[in-house]
Write a protein that binds this ligand. Structure first.
Ligand code: ADP
Length: 589
């Protein structure tokens, strides 16, 4: 998309969103801005007339004189009344604005291609869009500043005409006082946002380092391992670099602005002198001279406002761009066919997968068949591709070549929303929800949150009955942040498995969900899990082999390839990679 088209597109989108979410604010601001602009320009004209009437006052024109004075009062009071009204409406709109722009993001986050979340650029876009809407209230601010700019610009231009109509000699000084100052401010702001953009990588790093100082786990580790000094050094280094660049930029900006301000003030003095000279020589009436003084004052005020609002507009525009840029990240492709729960098997045929920006395949030609009702365990050392396999299997990541087939139907053509409903994946990096224990379990199928029997079943299967009792029941709040109880790493893992089990899906995947537990507890939980899901298809990913004896099929992965596949006994007898790992770990069981 070309730069201009992109800007116009975003502007249109911002206006459409405002019209949808806050029409009263949009139209109210627009109408009052026009009225304010017109009244401000009328002010010098009225002033000239009033002064002229005052000079020639007699009984006949006293009524006109009074009326003009009332008009002048209205001209002066109207903007203040409008500002108060709009502020009140704005306050009312604020709450709605927060929600509605958030809904845009929520809707998009639901459709975002999951793989895109592996890209630093997309994650950064997420954060920026969030800041743009929650902190900077980008679109509505941009629109307000734009209107203020247009209003001030209109007043400036109309004032030129009014002043020019008195005498053309007054025009050059008026224009010279306004234009350079304005251009300098625009230039400074453009440089500022350009530098911000160039620094975005450095700023991201700075934010990351700063986060380490304010997040629980890194702070704990920093204190116990004693590397606070190292982190500080890194943060200071990154900060100095960013600050130095900004300082250089601001120094240049201050020099330029100072020149602009000097020119503006000089032109004001020169304008007054020229007007005085014209009046003395009879080229201007007294009333016109008084009107000129009002007009020059208006010009000065509006110019200051124009410069300030142009700068603020450009800043808000920068956030508007960041907000709408986020919506350009790729959304998930929905297949054409409805998902039908598989009846025979799920198959991977010659699957290759490489992460965005990666330099080698994480899956390197994987062939695998998982039959309905089978319990499969995937083992292999770290980095062998087990997690990636689970993502590809569930359609979360699209293969680079080869294919994934559910009962022979290519997953690429199947509607993902249906497929996800039939899959339950407990990932390695599951979330500790600071909700109640019940919600932590039932979040995977919220419609059944009152199904006590089902909840009891999963609680028993993962062995957290005592935990539930200790906490005083399922409705106990978890997580310290909201005054709840904190669980141990292993307990959180059990809750995450309970969540995966609670969802009534055809295919259940557990990706190393028991790594924080000791091998024997892990063994107990996984065997309980297998009992509970009799008849369903399951895939357990683990680097421990204890559970493999209970699996229908063991898949051994190495460097992105399936190197062995078969039953436990069969693979032990074969004396290959699996037998080696089993031999090393057998002492644990
Ligand atoms: P495992 O689950 O067996 O530990 P993974 O499937 O997580 O292995 O990783 C397989 C390979 O893919 C590894 O070489 C890893 O470095 C790489 N990888 C994993 N996640 C990403 C990512 N987000 N971006 C780039 N490469 C990744």
């Amino acid at each position: 998309m070309s730069g201009m088209r992109k800007h116009l597109g975003y502007f249109r989108q911002a206006m459409v969103d405002m019209n949808r979410f806050m029409p009263f604010l949009l139209w109210g601001k627009l109408l009052t801005s026009i009225a304010e602009g017109v009244l401000q320009v009328w002010q010098p004209v009225l002033t000239a007339e009033i002064f002229q009437l005052a000079a020639e006052l007699d009984g006949g024109n006293i009524i006109i004189f009074k009326r003009k004075n009332i008009y002048l009062c209205i001209c002066i009071a109207f903007p203040a009344v409008c500002t108060m009204l709009l502020r009140a409406v704005g306050l009312y709109g604020e709450g709605r604005k927060e929600g509605t722009y958030g809904w845009n993001m929520y809707g998009y986050a639901r459709r975002l291609r999951l793989e895109a979340l592996e890209e630093a650029k997309v994650l950064d876009g997420f954060r920026k869009a969030d800041a743009a809407y929650s902190r900077h209230l980008a679109a509505s601010r941009m629109f307000s500043y734009l209107l203020m700019d247009v209003e001030s610009a209109l007043v400036c231009v109309s004032t030129f005409f009014v002043v020019g109509s008195f005498s053309l000699w007054l025009l050059p000084g008026a224009v010279l006082g306004v234009l350079p100052h304005l251009l300098i401010d625009v230039l400074n702001e453009k440089r500022r946002s350009g530098t911000y953009r160039e620094q975005s990588g450095k700023r991201r790093r700075l934010r990351y380092l700063w986060q380490l100082f304010c997040t629980k786990e890194p702070v704990k580790e920093m204190r116990t391992m004693g590397f606070a000094g190292f982190l500080k050094e890194k943060w200071v280094g990154a900060n100095v670099e960013v600050v130095r660049e900004m300082e250089e930029l601001e120094l240049k900006a201050i020099r330029l602005s100072a020149a602009g301000v000097m020119l503006k003030n000089l032109s004001y003095v020169a304008n007054v002198a020229i007007a005085l000279l014209l009046m003395v020589r009879g080229g201007l009436a007294v009333g016109q001279f008084a009107a000129c003084l009002t007009a020059f004052g208006l010009l000065q005020d509006n110019l200051s406002m124009l410069s300030e609002y142009v700068a603020r507009f450009l800043q808000s525009w920068h956030h508007v761009e960041e907000y709408y840029d986020f919506f350009r990240a790729e959304t998930e492709k929905e297949g054409e066919e409805d998902y039908r729960p598989f009846q025979r098997e799920v198959e991977l045929r010659g699957v290759h997968y490489r992460y965005p920006g990666g330099d080698r395949d994480a899956l390197d030609g994987v062939d695998l068949t998982i039959r309905k009702g089978e319990h499969v365990v995937i083992v292999g050392v770290n980095g062998s591709g087990k997690t990636t396999l689970s993502k590809v299997l569930t359609g979360a990541y699209e293969v680079c070549s080869g294919g994934v087939y559910y009962d022979g139907r290519d997953i690429a053509g199947i509607r993902k929303s249906g497929l996800y409903r039939d899959v339950s994946l407990v990932p390695q990096d599951f979330v500790h929800y600071h909700f109640s224990l019940r919600e932590n379990i039932c979040i995977s199928d919220f419609t059944r949150r009152e199904d006590e029997e089902r909840i009891r079943g999963v609680v028993q299967a993962v062995g957290i009955q005592e935990l539930v009792q200790g906490l005083g029941g399922l409705d106990a709040q978890l997580g310290r942040e909201f005054g709840g109880s904190e669980l141990s790493g292993g307990e959180w893992q059990k809750v995450a498995i309970a969540r995966g089990l609670f969802r009534d899906s055809g295919l259940i995947l557990l990706d190393e969900p028991t790594s924080a537990l000791d091998p024997l507890v892990e063994y107990e939980i996984l065997t309980g899990f297998l009992k509970l899901i009799q008849g369903k298809t399951s895939v357990i990913i683990s680097h421990r082999v204890g559970i493999c004896r209970h699996a229908d099929k063991v898949v051994v992965m190495k460097a992105g390839k399936v190197v062995e596949c078969g039953g436990h006994e069969e693979l032990v007898r074969a004396g290959g990679e699996y037998a080696r790992i089993w031999g090393e770990q057998a002492k644990w069981y």
